[in-house]
Ligand binder design. Sequence first.
Ligand code: BES
Ligand code: MN
Ligand code: ZN
Length: 487
Amino acid sequence: MQIRFAPTRPAGDYALVVPAAGTQRPGLAGLGEGIDAVLRRQRFEGEAGGAAELYLDQDGGRRLIVVGLGADAKPDTAAEKLGGTLAARLLTSGETHAVLDLTGLNFDADAAARVALAASLRSWRHDRYRTKLKDKQKPTLASLTIVGAPAEAEARWTSRYAPLAAGVELTRELVAEPANIIYPESFVARCRASMEGLGIEFEVLGEKDMADLGMGALLGVSQGSVRDAQLLVMRWNGGEPGGTPVCFVGKGVTFDTGGISIKPAAGMESMKWDMGGAGAVAGAMKALAGRKAKANVVGICGLVENMPDGNAQRPGDVVTSMNGQTIEVINTDAEGRLVLCDAITWAQANVKPATIIDLATLTGAMVVALGHEMGGMFANDDTLAGQLDAAGKASGDKLWRMPLGEAYDRLIDSPIADIKNVGPREGGSITAAHFIGRFIDEGVKWAHLDIAGMAWSDKPSSTYDKGATGFGVRLLDQYVADVVEKG
Ligand code: BES
Ligand code: MN
Ligand code: ZN
């Protein structure tokens, strides 16, 4: 969707959107006497999330949508609801152009730009394989003009939020695509094509390279797949030349059958999005480069497919990771941590970051604990945890901190190797975090974000429809803006 900013309402055919902060509805001035009565008939009281629709006797009947902000709405929190509501209402309405009039409401530049962000994000769809959509089901809304916003709103949109939307959209695309289309090599190709010209350096390791480095944990997962595993490294050098980078590492299991510890058939198709962590890392890199963030950031995606096969790894196998630790693979379905441990070891050996943040759709237990409202955060550093918590609140990608501790760590000691890849069922997300923690070098600040409940949604919100959410991109972008760039 094309977004424009203008000082006053344009001429021509469009649907008009007017926000209502309770009974304060400056945008309705001059539109006619009877409107208040019509709104009352629809039991519209300007409440947050509410909307009313009517037609004006203008230009052959202009559609007017009044969107409620709530009586005491703070502009920044109301902004995304407003943008999302108008996009959801108008996307397939038949209208091609919407005009939103913010005149008289005290939206600052950032809030006005966030209306645009939400409208843009809420309009994203993945219709590539829906060849029989009826015309009436197809999106019509092509442009949105925002009127009456502060002069700086347009720059805020183009320099910060438009690149962010592009990053979120890349993540959603990678997550939504099925596993016959997005597998390790095609994930890399899709990222390269999407980020071309942005100035991101790509480095890709194949199975041969990883075998030479001794990445036996990651390669053990890939062993049953005909697809070649990949380690994708994306470097954005927007900060001080030679400055220590921050490192994002994503779990990119392009399909998780469970391997020999195979998953039940019901719902297994959802494991096409078991690369949501890697997808978020890729989308964040695109967003950061797109807005030329003044930060050195390295994004790493561990990309494998977890399949059962005559050559697949077995429960009980012992593999040796890149840092020399031996791992007893009790359950081949606990594969994400096996991928992450080698990707993180590679990062520490080659990138030498001070801070590592990993993102992974790691455990069903995380979904049981937090549902679909927040991602789980585990951190070895309180300052980093606080910064991520704040970035979560500011961006809307919310996190809840979970515990780590010695007693949990003991639960993954193995009788035959240094460590086993699963602990007891209880506390499954915590022992999974501890598994990764055993690969973090002394002095490295680390946070692990278990986003299993967040990468995909069965219900729409103000910034996404059902399906891929893009969770994590806004969080990482916010963290970089507030912590890394402010240094
Ligand atoms: N990818 C899954 C976790 C998952 C489950 C993500 C549901 C999203 C929704 C992960 O690889 C997995 O299979 N984890 C197992 C671990 C267990 C075998 C210790 C799980 O959570 O059941
Ligand atoms: Mn699994
Ligand atoms: Zn998995």
